[in-house]
Design a binder for this molecule. Structure first.
Ligand code: 13P
Length: 259
């Protein structure tokens, strides 16, 4: 089973619309130089820059993601953004359940489940984030936490819907800390996630679903992670803010993929 790798930039709350335009133009030129081999390069800017990013990305092969979505279609929900609005802005993907959303803004597994269903209904590809805290890892609960996040977060999804979404394994202790998971730790977690997807949604679903690693991915550590058979790419925060650094991650990540 060959899965198309995904290298995604999560800018978090960084970059204005002007900065977005400059970055996207530069990235578009760089991505055109990639020869052969399929890849999805995705950028997730803040909401106000989605339209600008999507327009700049047209015909470059770069995809655009929102960083969050609300699950209702419309209504009196001040400050929230629906999946249909994101789709019409020109994005093709949306990040759901990022640990910063869970920790700082109270997103529960139940909210994640509703957001995933809203995204899928609007024909957005969700990038569903899961991962354990340091406390949970040290207590030996990593697999239990991942199981709960998959079971409750993916509740009610059909196998084909799970096959088409992208999972991002982001250990919370590795995010923004400069301390990435070792290849052995990432291999274990990704293998566990794929095994569970197989048990709960079928072998074919598990074989098709892309699972990205996220947490302090940098140009110099991406290869060791994407070389792992169950790691299908990376979700990059801080090191994606500089376009040259992100493109190095794209090329380094792709070169290391098992053939
Ligand atoms: P860093 O790459 O800055 O650790 O962030 C990872 C992340 O949260 C991507 O979604």
């Amino acid at each position: 089973m060959t899965r198309v790798p995904v290298l995604a930039a999560n800018w978090k709350m960084f970059k204005t619309t002007h900065e977005t335009l400059a970055y996207m133009r530069e990235l578009g030129v760089l991505v055109k130089t990639l020869d052969g081999g399929e890849v999805e390069v995705v950028v997730a800017p803040p909401f106000p820059s989605l339209v600008t990013a999507a327009e700049a990305a047209r015909n470059t092969g770069v995809g655009v993601a929102a960083q969050n979505v609300y699950f209702e279609r419309e209504g009196a929900f001040t400050g929230e953004v629906s999946a249909a609005m994101i789709k019409e802005a020109g994005a093709g993907y949306v990040i759901v359940g990022h640990s910063e959303r869970r920790r700082l803004f109270g997103d529960t597994d139940q909210a994640v489940s509703r957001k995933l269903r809203a995204a899928i209904s609007a024909e957005l590809v969700p990038i569903a984030c899961i991962g354990e805290t340091l406390e949970e890892r040290e207590a030996g609960k990593t697999d239990d936490v991942l199981d709960r996040q998959i079971r409750d977060g993916f509740a009610g999804l059909a196998p084909a819907e799970v096959a088409a979404l992208i999972v991002a394994y982001e250990p919370v202790w590795a995010i923004g800390t400069g301390k990435n998971a070792t290849p052995a730790e990432a291999a274990d977690a990704h293998h566990h996630i794929r095994t569970r997807l197989g048990e709960w949604f079928g072998r074919e679903t598990a074989d098709q679903c892309r699972i990205l690693y996220g947490g302090s991915v940098k140009p110099d550590n991406v290869a060791a992670l994407t070389a792992l058979p169950d790691v299908d790419g990376a979700l990059v925060g801080g090191a994606s803010l500089d376009v040259a650094s992100f493109f190095k991650i794209v090329t380094g990540g792709l070169a290391a993929r098992p053939k």
